[in-house]
Design a protein around this ligand. Structure first.
Ligand SMILES: CC(C)(COP(=O)(O)OP(=O)(O)OC[C@H]1O[C@@H](n2cnc3c(N)ncnc32)[C@H](O)[C@@H]1OP(=O)(O)O)[C@@H](O)C(=O)NCCC(=O)NCCS
Length: 432
């Protein structure tokens, strides 16, 4: 039984994204808002959508702009959308675009909306740099000082160390452990050798390269002219390495545990800039507007565990719930798309799907099962393509949907692990 009542099934109409680029490279002069606008504009153009039909725009980002924190509203102020299209932003760490998509699905299923654009964007080239608390206090005190002498006195108290900036860390606020350290810890607990991680990373690059060269991945990309001159067009992801090898990967030094570690720049997802957007409609509105749905959202689930434990195992707890809600089991699933935060995390999640202990933790007697590797991330994943935190969920859903259709499969499942010990799983069904 699909999510939503008959006629109110949630139809996936189309998805598009910007190219994904390593932070500090070709997209560095574009903000997350710019990236979001570019892919939403392309989505509207490709689908010839009449902007007046759009009920809402829901958008995710993880590191929001301090001056424009509601990215969704800024993106919705595109010329092709009426100003009356309401918009809100969501954050669920690396599952933020997924949160936007499931919020949209809920609104459609409830009957509150018929047409929603959902997705997310991230510019890790443009993370806000903050002053230290002491510096902030001194700056505020200076602005409030009534006399020039008072301002000079406070200014003269500023020390060199007050200028040390604070940048958002990719670390758990509750434990201080970084994502990479967590992946390292999980690799050790689950006995994932370095070679298996490097093999997985190599596979990611090889498959993403094939998907790029044969046009399946580039078909999902909105080409982007980049500032300042708008002369250079970016049409493909720049993190995919056609020429990487097991030898090169094996030569890289571990980053998060230099002495005994296994996680390297080669088997981790890189810091990335990019945006994604998906057009969702109620089944009945798609019909009346003349759109042919690609697929329907069949179910979804979120789960969480203690961030101090195995931070990136959330999908293992969410998968059995999503499958049960879909009325399916893993053997019914034709394609699986897993977010690759780290090769170690994917391999730990795969082990978790096969484990009775993890099944019991999720409240089930039998494990989810073994994922057929031939059905897994068939065009690579975040390790090679890149991972703009807020955008990845939209990319994964788009790829899963398009590839399910190409392969004539019926059901697809996607999984995303996220900071805070959270996990998301969605099951989709190809439209007949
Ligand atoms: C792991 C990490 C710290 C590496 O950052 P970095 O050092 O800037 O990475 P680089 O891309 O410069 O790669 C480092 C080196 O490895 C090399 N390298 C990376 N991937 C490679 C590959 N597949 N094959 C061969 N060489 C590779 C690079 O060429 C570079 O070599 P150089 O130093 O000779 O130029 C960073 O990507 C990171 O923090 N990733 C995790 C992000 C994260 O936590 N995300 C949240 C997950 S949900």
């Amino acid at each position: 039984m699909a999510f939503g009542t008959p006629g109110r099934r949630v139809a996936i109409i189309a998805g598009v994204r910007t190219p994904f680029a390593k932070a500090g490279t070709v997209l560095k002069d574009l903000s997350a808002i710019d990236l979001g606008k570019r892919c939403v504009a392309e989505l509207i153009q490709r689908t010839e959508l009449d902007g007046t039909q759009v009920d809402a725009l829901i958008y995710g980002t993880v590191v929001p702009s301090v001056v424009a924190p509601n990215i969704a509203r800024e993106v919705s102020l595109l010329p092709m959308l009426p100003k009356g299209v309401q918009a809100f932003s969501v954050s669920r760490a690396c599952a933020s675009a997924n949160q936007a998509i499931t919020d949209a699905a809920d609104q459609i299923a409830l009957g509150h909306a018929h047409v929603i654009i959902a997705g997310g964007a991230e510019s890790l080239s443009n993370v806000p740099i903050l002053h230290s608390r002491t510096m902030s206090e001194k700056l505020v005190a200076m602005s409030k000082a009534k006399t020039a002498g008072g301002r000079v006195r406070i200014a003269s108290s500023i020390r060199p160390r007050d200028f040390i900036p604070i940048t958002p860390a990719i670390a758990e606020p509750s434990t201080g452990e970084s994502m990479g350290e967590s992946a390292e810890k999980m690799a050790k607990i689950n006995h994932i050798p370095r070679e298996e991680q490097d093999q997985f990373a190599l596979r990611s690059h090889r498959m993403a390269n094939v998907g790029t060269e044969d046009g399946r991945l580039t078909a999902e990309i909105a080409p982007l002219y980049v500032p300042p001159n708008y002369e250079t067009v970016v049409e493909r992801d720049n993190g995919i390495r056609a020429d990487t090898s097991l030898e090169q990967l094996a030569a890289l030094r571990p980053v998060f545990d230099r002495k005994y570690g296994t996680v390297t720049a080669g088997n981790a997802s890189p810091l990335t800039d990019g945006g994604s957007a998906v057009l969702l409609m109620s089944e009945e509105r798609a019909r009346t507007l003349g759109y042919r749905p690609l697929a329907y959202i069949r179910s979804y689930a979120y789960a969480a565990l203690d961030p101090g434990e195995q931070l990136l195992m959330g999908p293992v707890l969410a998968a059995p719930v999503a499958l049960q809600r879909a009325g399916l089991s893993l053997k019914d699933i034709d394609l699986v798309e897993m977010h690759e935060a780290f090769a170690a995390q994917v391999l730990c999640n795969l082990r978790g799907f096969e484990s009775k202990e993890w099944a019991q933790r999720a409240g089930y007697s039998a494990p989810v099962g073994e994922v057929d590797r031939a059905r897994l991330n068939v065009m690579g994943g975040s390790i090679s393509i890149g991972h703009p935190f807020g955008a990845t969920g939209g990319r994964i859903l788009t790829t899963l949907t398009n590839e399910l259709i190409r392969r004539g499969g019926q059901f697809g499942m996607l999984t995303v692990c996220a900071a805070g010990g959270m996990g998301h799983v969605m099951v989709i069904e190809r439209a007949a």
